[in-house]
Design a protein around this ligand. Structure first.
Ligand SMILES: [Zn+2]
Length: 75
């Protein structure tokens, strides 16, 4: 029995990013040459995190910034 192939539907794109929904249920987020596969809940969580980052960039820091530590997010 043949394995069903994935088929992507483009949801949004810009010069720097592209988001597509796959028939297997994943969301594919492409940034330049890199594509990250995630579920829809993770896409929402990433979107909120990006918004938090943009708000933080737009306002002056009240305290010294927290050092970035790799590997703190969970998938
Ligand atoms: Zn797929």
């Amino acid at each position: 029995m043949p394995t069903p192939t994935c088929c992507r539907t483009l949801l949004a794109h810009s010069p720097s990013a592209e988001v597509a929904r796959c028939t297997c249920g994943h969301i594919h987020l492409s940034l330049g040459p890199m594509t990250i596969r995630m579920d829809e809940d993770t896409l929402h969580a990433v979107w909120h995190t990006m918004g938090d980052a943009l708000r933080a960039l737009a306002s002056p820091p009240a305290a010294p910034p927290e050092p970035a530590i790799a590997g703190r997010w969970k998938q």
